[in-house]
Every structure is written in C-alpha cells, then in structure tokens.
Write a protein that binds this ligand. Structure first.
Ligand code: NAP
Length: 245
C-alpha cells in the first residue's frame, strides 16, 4: 500500500514533551510535517515547529495556541489530542477524590478543549482536516485500580463519536485511536504499581520483559494512514492486535 506523503502537512500534537507524543513528533518531522507541539513542560525549540508550554485544561490557552500555530504555519491538517495521565492508581475507595477530578480534567475536559479549538478552526478555514483523540484499550476493559483512567478513556471514545457525527457536515475526519502498549513514562508508572493497587501489574512486567511494545514511530505511521488514507470503518480504532494498556 502506498504510504501517505506528509511533507508540508501541519500537525499539532498535545503532550509532546515525552513518551508517545514526543516520539510521534520526531517521526512526523522526519516525514517533513510542520509541527505545533505543546505540553505543560517547556519544550526545546525544534526547527520551524511552534512549540509552547500549554496546560490543556486551560481552554483559553489551547485556543491561543491554535491561533499561533495557524498564524505561523497555516491551516492545521491534523490535530492529535495525545496528552493524558493515568493516576490515580488504586481501588477507587482508596483514591484521592481530587486526583480523580484532575484525571478527568486532563483526559476528558482537556481533550474536549483541544477538540473545540480544532473543529472551530477547521470550520473557519472551510472544513476538512482530521482530529485524532488518543484513547486506550482501558476504555473497554475494567482494570481494577484504574477507575478514573478507564472512565476517562471511555468518555473520550464517546465524546469522539458524538463529535464525529457533529462534524460530518464540515468534512472533518474525527477518530479515537488506541495505540496499544508503548514503552513510556506511563508504562513505567504502571510497572511501579503495587499488586494491591493494580492487580494486573504482573502482565505489564511481562510485556516489558518480552519487549512487547508498539514504537511511537509505528503508531505515528498508523495515525497518518488513518487520518489521511481511506476512512476507517469505525470512529474508534484500536491499532494493536489486542486492546491493551
Ligand atoms: P507519558 O509518557 O506520561 O506522557 C504524557 C504526556 O502528556 C507528556 O508529554 C505530558 O507532558 C503531557 N501532559 C499531561 N498532562 C498535560 C496537561 N494538563 N497539559 C498538557 N500536556 C499534558 O504518557 P504516554 O504513554 O506517552 O501517553 C500518551 C497518550 O497515550 C495518553 O493519552 C495515554 O493515555 C495514551 N496511551 C498510552 C499507552 C501506553 O502504553 N503508553 C497505551 C494506551 C494509551 P507534561 O507533563 O510536560 O505536561
């Protein structure tokens, strides 16, 4: 199958300071994409990329970032809501309610902020483009210890389904994509969990031992195909063989 040429395409990735976001950014830059990158941490300058410190829970900051990227690079072809957090990891009865609220604020409201900013932007430039919200197999698997994460990713799936329907009239492709297991700080956090807090932790040690990970570069290639190639059958796509992590 012919690979999609991303040279010159304008791509935004949230949560690009490390992990999957940073790895996807590097892969897309190799392919000639022009990038808008953000995270709460201050990122190093990267070529002509627009790089900003943005907390995705701050809706106004996300809109300002969107405007800055569009002004510097032109209409944004693809927006990837990648930023997300796992914690709290514990049975919900033991979790700090503030930590649960923070998880939902980042994983759901933060993704909503990016989604709003992007779909408004696309309507202003005449429709089209593609939005990918990074979800997880945890949206469909009830992992003990991950109530906030499972619930927030399930919310991402449904938010994405609703927005896909709402934006069909503007021609914006809207997808939620689960990347499979990628060896990032989030995986290190999972492996650091006690079996009391996260009974399935042993399976994640085994994945690490066997190196059973999808690389960020491979995930980026799949996202590009999903965003710009033939439209997938469903709005929610799991690109790993089995839903994990
Ligand atoms: P990670 O290594 O912990 O990186 C998370 C990224 O999100 C960081 O760049 C972080 O940057 C950013 N971030 C967190 N809160 C933010 C906020 N409020 N505003 C802006 N940026 C924020 O995690 P990862 O494994 O790369 O995960 C990336 C995405 O993939 C997440 O949505 C995760 O749920 C999903 N996912 C990962 C796996 C996996 O196996 N790793 C599997 C399924 C799904 P700062 O701390 O600098 O803000």
């Amino acid at each position: 199958m012919k690979r999609v040429d991303i040279a010159g395409k304008v791509v935004v990735i949230t949560g690009a300071s490390r992990g999957l976001g940073a790895g996807m950014a590097a892969r897309l830059a190799e392919g000639g994409a022009r990038l808008g990158l953000c995270a709460r941490t201050v990122l190093p300058a990267q070529g002509d990329a627009v790089v900003q410190s943005v907390d995705i829970t701050d809706a106004a900051a996300v809109v300002a970032f969107t405007d800055d990227v569009a002004e510097a690079l032109g209409p944004i072809d693809l927006w990837v809501n990648n930023a997300g957090v796992l914690d709290p990891v514990a049975p919900l009865r033991d979790a700090d309610p503030d930590a649960v609220a923070t998880n939902v604020a980042i994983n759901v409201a933060g993704v909503s902020n990016g989604t709003i900013a992007y779909v408004r932007h696309r309507r202003e430039v005449g429709g089209g483009g593609a939005l990918v919200n990074i979800t997880s197999g945890a949206a469909r698997s009830p992992y003990q210890g991950w109530a906030a994460y499972c619930a927030s990713k399930a919310a991402v799936d449904m938010l994405t389904r609703v927005v896909a329907a709402e934006e069909s009239s503007s021609g914006t492709r809207v997808l939620a994509v689960a990347p499979g297991v990628v060896d990032t700080d989030m995986q290190a956090r999972i492996r650091a969990s006690s079996p009391e807090d996260f009974p399935e932790v042993g399976r994640f040690h085994e994945l690490h031992r066997t190196g059973s990970f999808n690389s960020p570069a491979w995930v980026a290639d799949q996202l590009v195909e999903l965003a710009f190639g033939p439209a997938p059958d469903d709005v929610v796509v799991r690109i790993a063989d089995e839903p994990r992590g």
